[in-house]
Design a protein. Structure first.
Length: 710
């Protein structure tokens, strides 16, 4: 075990962070392939390559070995990787070991899910006595997912499970305090009855219960009606889905593209956009469900919000849960009695549900054909956005010949009428498409409209970000007097990030800095009053070279933010990448450089380039973890690096401020999202799994203070 000291920020005030290695136990080969920190501070580590059949370990808070279980990855089937053991942490602090390719003798891919106590772990060898396993080859228990419930229990999906004659699938409930073991069967699971009749997991509810779906359920006389089944999350369910224990469709393929949306009060909404209303095909329906009891019967206008014309696809776009327990149904293809694709957005009562026909009397609707209120035919962003105060807004970028409109909706009752300048923020010109780049809800209840198509002087799209008060309806038009706007054609590709303190930042990664094309800029915005103007080195964090593409903001839990600029180039090399910390109460302005950012040293280091798949991420205590999977350590190509920081880390990424891998091509650090790094919030420790080197690196005391120039 070796020890080195890290200085995370050179400034007048700093503390040292200790970095050391936790070596694998005797016999280890790939110790650290997967790691997870439990709520009690214990650490779970896997080594699926340990001879002869893999192992998983539990360590105490002071890193003493508590338990070892073997046989976690035996007898890999040809063409499969041994590194398939996953750790799933349950809400009660216990955990699961999952391996969908787990095999036993000559039976490949049985799959297994083993429950373990978060204080004592699991010992011995994985078998049917301590794990849920498949009964036949290719059952793949645990595929595609295992779902933790809010009450600490869990649900195992086994889509490929076979009843001996055909692949019908199974859903198995497990106790979070004792687990479930033995082969999957009709005695411990909900199973399908024939090919195509396969149950799937719909959603977990906030009260610990859950909902199952089955697109192919039906009767011999009426196949493929579909079904939805509520399940008590304290005991689970077994057997088959039937018309006596489920809500079922009324016509074939009613449940195609079905989705379940949980509400914050424990209830839920079932979206069935392909439901047929008699001879009106694909009219669509949205069914409210009580999250505390079974739901049975047949979908109809008596128990659902429905469309009345063919192709209205009610609920197709989305159902949005509001923070007050109510919900909103978006149906952009809804047809008025005399129109086509007018679109409708309908408020629903989350306590008792809303039923009947969608109409202008109970919905916000488009007043002309092809306005698609409630959606965007390009499906780029959500069109109904819940606000923090319980209200919501609807973006309709195709309104007014694609001028676009954003309309406030009351979260406590139905907002009705036709979208117009009398009730909306709108664009000025055809093609402005106000709201087409998304609407960002701020934590204080206000919101920011992003409109990439908004046109500046000369009619060229430059983009605009418009702050709006979210306490009630607002009208007006997007313009330079009320928005942060781009000032070059390439700046139109902008995005808004909400900060935890109620403020926001606007990124213009394609912004041109004079003759420097696509240098990029990030501007801080005032979430209480709004901000206006255009990016400049005096008002924004900017790049200095062509195609720097600054940047991609990431909001931190303490209200501050960091900007990832993986394409940033320094004086010495191209695409070295940079990560820049900024105050959430005023932002940061000027050029990115080594004095205000952590940057790479070699070509294509692309520091912080992991942001696109959440490798770089905020931590609950205000710190943040920077992943740089393409960082080169001398001759070690793409060694990868993780950097733990609290405020600004500056200079070049190195061993004094980061954990750096020793295996090429991302084999150890930063190589995959969320796999190789785990953070212990209570003890402020970072664990970096480095299976290729058979160890886990631990960083403790990693805390830095704001330097004098902040």
């Amino acid at each position: 075990m070796w020890l080195s000291w890290l200085v995370l920020l050179l400034s007048a005030e700093f503390v040292l962070a200790e970095q050391f290695d936790l070596a694998g136990p005797p016999g280890s080969v790939g110790f650290g392939a997967q790691i997870a920190v439990l709520p009690n501070g214990n650490l779970v580590v896997t080594d699926p390559r340990r001879p002869p059949d893999g192992a998983a370990y539990l360590y105490s808070r002071d890193l003493q070995l508590l338990s070892t279980v073997t046989n976690v990855s035996p007898f890999a089937a040809p063409g499969t990787s041994l590194d398939t053991v996953r750790i799933v942490v349950l809400r009660n602090g216990n955990y699961l070991l999952v391996n969908e390719t787990w095999s036993n003798g000559g039976l490949f891919r049985l799959g297994m899910v083993a429950w373990a106590n978060g204080e004592t772990g699991i010992s011995g060898s994985i078998s049917s006595s301590n794990a849920l396993i498949g009964a036949r080859a290719d059952d793949s228990v645990g595929f595609p997912a295992v779902h933790p419930l809010a009450n600490g229990n869990y649900v195992v999906e086994s889509f490929r499970w076979s009843n001996g004659a055909s692949r019908v699938g199974a859903i198995t409930w497990g106790s979070g305090t004792s687990g479930v073991s033995g082969p999957v069967s009709a005695e411990n699971s909900v199973i399908g009855s024939s090919i195509g009749d396969s149950p799937s997991f719909g959603t977990a509810l906030s009260n610990g219960n859950y909902v199952l779906l089955n697109t192919g359920w039906g009767t011999p006389e009426r196949p493929y009606l579909g079904a939805a089944m509520w399940v008590d999350g304290t005991v689970g369910a077994t057997g088959f889905m039937t018309a006596e224990n489920s809500l079922v469709g009324s016509a074939a393929e009613d449940f195609i593209l079905r989705r379940v949306y949980p509400l914050v009060n424990g209830n839920f909404v079932l979206a069935l956009p392909y439901w047929d209303n008699g001879d009106q095909v694909n009219a669509g329906a949205a069914v409210w469900g009580d999250g505390t009891r079974p739901m049975v019967g047949t979908v109809s206008a008596a128990n659902a919000l429905v469309g009345t014309r063919t192709g209205s696809y009610v609920s197709y776009d989305e159902v949005q849960a509001l923070s007050n327990g109510h919900y909103v149904v978006a149906s952009s293809d809804w047809d008025s009695p005399t129109g086509t694709n007018n679109g409708a957005v309908t408020w629903g009562n989350g306590a008792v549900g809303t039923t009947g026909e969608v109409s202008a009397a109970n919905s916000l609707v488009g007043g002309a054909d092809f306005q698609f209120v409630g959606g965007d035919p390009e499906y780029l962003v959500d069109s109904v956005i819940p606000l923090a105060n319980g209200h919501y807004v609807t973006a309709s970028p195709y309104w007014g010949g694609q001028k676009g409109a954003v309309t406030w909706g009351d979260g406590t009752k139905a907002t009705v009428g036709v979208v117009s300048p009398r009730n909306s923020i709108v664009g000025n010109s055809v093609g402005d498409r106000v709201g087409s780049s998304g609407v960002t809800a701020l934590t204080n209840g206000h919101y920011v409209i992003a409109s990439a198509g908004w046109k500046g002087v000369g009619g060229v799209p430059v983009g605009a970000a418009t702050w709006v008060n979210g306490t009630g309806p607002r009208t007006g038009s997007v313009g330079m007097g009320n928005s942060l706007v781009g000032n070059t054609p390439m700046s139109a590709g902008m995005a808004v990030t909400a900060l935890a303190n109620g403020h926001y930042v606007v990124a213009f990664p394609g912004w041109d800095r004079g003759s420097v094309s696509q240098a990029g800029a990030v501007v801080w915005g005032n979430g209480e009053l709004g901000s206006k103007g255009s990016p400049s080195p005096q008002s924004a964090l900017v790049g200095s070279r062509e195609r720097d593409f600054v940047g991609w903001p990431i909001a931190l839990s303490d209200g501050n933010y960091v900007v990832c600029s993986g394409n940033y180039s320094s004086d010495s090399a191209t695409r070295v990448g940079a990560v820049t910390w900024a105050s959430g109460w005023g932002g940061r302005v000027g050029e990115i450089n080594a004095s205000n950012s952590l940057i790479g040293s070699s070509r294509d280091d692309q520091v912080c380039s992991g942001h696109l798949d959440s490798r770089t991420r905020p931590l609950p205590d205000g710190q943040y973890l920077v992943a740089s999977p393409f960082f080169d350590d001398g001759e070690v190509f793409d060694a990868g690096a993780f950097t733990l920081a609290e405020t600004a880390v500056t200079g070049h990424l190195n061993y004094q401020n980061s954990v750096i891998g020793s295996v090429s091509e991302g084999g150890e650090t930063g190589g995959r999202p969320g796999v190789f790094a785990a953070y212990d919030e209570v003890h402020r420790r970072l664990f970096v799994g480095r299976g290729a080197s058979n160890l886990v690196t631990v960083v403790t005391g990693a805390r830095v203070f704001r330097s004098s120039f902040e």
